[in-house]
Design a protein around this ligand. Sequence first.
Ligand code: GRF
Length: 214
Amino acid sequence: MTKKLKVGVLISGRGTNLQALLDACADPAFPAGIALVISNVAGAAGLERADAAGVPTLVISHKDFPSRETFDARMDAALRAAGIELVCLAGFMRLLSDGFVTGWRGKMINIHPSLLPSFKGMHTHAQALAAGVEQHGCTVHYVTPALDDGPIIAQAAVPVLAGDTEETLAARVLEAEHRLYPEALKLVAQGKAGTDQSDYLNRRGAEAQKQRED
Ligand code: GRF
């Protein structure tokens, strides 16, 4: 079997997206494996998920560091020491320094709960409801220094239904996230998702073409 891409996952909380990635990586045929999970929050529920899957964990609390840069440098050292080749952000609630992002450019991906470029930042479901859109969803993208802005790898859309609240809409998007993140990781691990945005647009175009033909 070919070598699996060594993945590090950064979390801050419940870790349901981490769980989706752990489940996908449990398949021997999946082209990536999770070698380290780092949480900046001690006691984050996601740490138990990693433990249960037998994946090493580290808690690196940002509160123990005098600056964003020194905190990020500690995470960087841990990731490099573990031989990590790709970083997945999965509900990691800290902004990353430009130095860290640049050091992992093209090798760090994030899942964001909106159809980017719409609704960057926080409270995306409330933003979508306030805007009155008919379609909402989630995006996996490469991380660049600008917030929620890097080249898109994959997106999944869900309908906004009459009577939706922030909670019902969030739950529908979260289900889509759990399908999308493993699919996107697979594309990256197979070398099928380049950092050039035209890669994504070409893939999406080819999928649309195939659907028209089927
Ligand atoms: C998800 O909605 C993800 O899109 C966002 O943070 C949330 C994390 O949830 N970046 P979980 O910890 O994966 O359950």
